[in-house]
Design a protein around this ligand. Structure first.
Ligand code: HCB
Length: 214
């Protein structure tokens, strides 16, 4: 029998929102690890569709349909994760997260946001395509322990570097942790721009940011 993670992956690759919702319902009913199915199922399906797009085997409407199918499942799974998160005290501090200026990709950033909340951070999700000056302003006003930015495109990851400079110019760079993520982002890039923490995925973000505060 196929695992629910495998079914989740196949459902996204089939652009089948009815199927992704069905898998999500079974994940909840059967009390299977939601995190596991998101990371090893739905996300893997999105990555495969991305690879097919890159190979010009599928086109933008396919990506949009795959994203819609994944989001339909996330709409069911997010409240369930939030219920688990409600047990956490939010005592690990406030964390701001957004997709950086120019970037509308939000699926991964939203997964990281919810996982950090479940882990005990008080997460403020600023949204997507958030202007750099708005991020700096939010950091000045809300004084978070950290700020995470998601960049899915080579054209937008450069804004993560500019953000480092803007936080320095605002005099608040040393008062918070900067966290960078997104498919083209690497540890090498984080080191190059002086970001504090690189996260490959949501679990990595939880592990590394929790380690920073503990
Ligand atoms: Co989009 N797109 N897209 N896209 N898209 C990518 C990113 C390409 C790589 C596809 C390709 O060409 N191979 C490509 C970028 C090329 C490049 O610059 N290198 C691309 C392009 C070009 C575009 C458009 C410009 C296409 C167009 O209009 N011609 C356009 C972007 C417009 C804009 O942003 N201004 C566009 C649009 C779309 C949508 C709307 C159809 C859809 C997004 C829907 C949405 O997010 N609401 C979409 C999607 C879905 C993708 C792919 C297929 C999947 C992205 C995804 O959701 N992955 C992607 C291909 C790929 O990435 N391989 C493709 C699944 C999530 C779970 O993974 O990497 O986002 P993730 O997040 C992980 C991880 O990175 C980390 O943890 C997450 C969870 O594990 N992480 C963080 C992420 N953010 C973090 C922040 C932190 O603080 C910490 C960790």
């Amino acid at each position: 029998m196929e695992s629910l993670s495998e079914e989740a992956k196949q459902a996204v690759m089939a652009y089948d929102a009815k199927k992704t919702v069905d898998v999500a319902k079974r994940v909840i009913a059967e009390k299977v690890s939601i995190v596991d199915v998101i990371e090893n199922g739905f996300t893997k399906g999105m990555t495969e569709v991305g690879a097919l797009y890159e190979a010009k085997k599928v086109f933008l409407p396919h990506i949009m349909a795959a994203a819609a199918a994944m989001n339909a499942a996330m709409d069911l799974l997010t409240p369930e994760l939030e219920k688990q998160g409600a047990k956490a005290s939010e005592g690990l501090g406030k964390f701001l997260i957004c997709s950086i200026e120019g970037d509308i990709h939000s699926i991964g950033k939203d997964i990281v946001a919810i996982m950090l909340k479940v882990a005990g951070f008080s997460v403020v999700n600023l949204g997507r395509d958030v202007a750099l000056k708005e991020i700096v302003k939010a950091c000045e006003e809300q004084k978070p322990m950290g700020v995470g930015t998601s960049a899915l495109m080579t054209s937008t990851m450069v804004h993560q570097k500019t953000l480092e400079e803007m936080l320095k110019n605002a005099g608040i760079r040393d008062s918070l942790i900067t966290n960078v993520g997104g498919a083209p982002v690497t540890q090498h890039w984080a080191d190059e721009i002086g970001a504090d923490v690189y996260s490959e995925n949501a679990s990595d973000a939880v592990n590394k940011l929790t380690a920073v505060v503990r």
